[in-house]
Design a protein around this ligand. Structure first.
Ligand SMILES: [Zn+2]
Length: 224
């Protein structure tokens, strides 16, 4: 579509036939400035969209949350990389029509994905599915956004293994070895998400709460 050899205006992509673009009446230097300003504004829009996508992931944690977070991160850095590529191209006066198109196409993507996650949860009227599982591990990370996961395996064991995102309360409430019920919404567009984790009412007391001899600190020998 954009033939090599033809000089195009950086801003409106019209073919340059003189010192000033006939489409937007900008000189190449002015067009470069205009494009860079647009790229900065749209990068801001893209960053906001990525935050909204991240917020949607945390608000309605998908069962496959970690994969979703990795995807969000890849999208974020790809968008940022392409924005820099467009901006550098505009500074050097390179032909950037295709780069711009790529970048502008990417800008709504995090907004759309975040919106889909919200709709997936908000319009989901299907009954909650109870998934009985046992906590086999847990980990938390105090990063920019706190990450708390219960590692659970379905009962009977060996069938399914998941890292379930939980709240601070749920994280401190459950211990390894405890039987739990993970309440899963199927999701309107088929992205299952976790509503909450509750103790399994059918389970007995947690295995690690069996009565045991409390640890008694050896008395310090009295100094004479
Ligand atoms: Zn132009």
């Amino acid at each position: 579509m954009f033939h090599s050899g033809v000089i195009r205006c950086l801003d409106c992509d019209a073919e340059m036939t003189g010192p000033v673009c006939e489409g937007c009446e900008l000189t190449p230097a002015a067009a470069s400035l205009v494009v860079r300003r647009k790229v900065i504004l749209r990068t801001g829009l893209f960053l906001l969209g990525s935050l909204a996508f991240l917020a949607a992931i945390y608000r309605f944690p998908p069962l496959e949350m970690d994969k979703m977070l990795v995807f969000c991160g890849v999208l974020f850095f790809a968008g940022l990389g392409i924005a820099v590529w467009v901006e550098r191209g505009a500074v050097r006066g390179n032909q950037i029509a295709i780069r711009k198109r790529l970048f502008y196409t990417l800008i709504p993507v995090p907004w759309v994905l975040g919106g889909m996650l919200v709709l997936n949860a908000k319009l989901d009227n299907a009954p909650v599915r109870d998934w009985r599982a046992e906590v086999v591990g847990k980990f938390s990370m105090a990063a920019m956004v706190p990450t708390r996961r219960l590692v659970v395996v379905s009962r009977p064991p060996g069938r399914q293994f998941e890292r379930v995102a939980v709240s601070e309360d749920e994280y401190s409430r459950f211990r390894v070895g405890e039987d739990v019920v993970v309440e899963i919404h199927p999701g309107l567009i088929g992205v299952p998400w976790v509503a909450r984790v509750v103790p399994d009412p059918l389970a007995g007391p947690p295995a690690n709460e069996s009565p045991s001899t409390p640890y008694v600190r050896p008395a310090m020998r009295a100094a004479h």
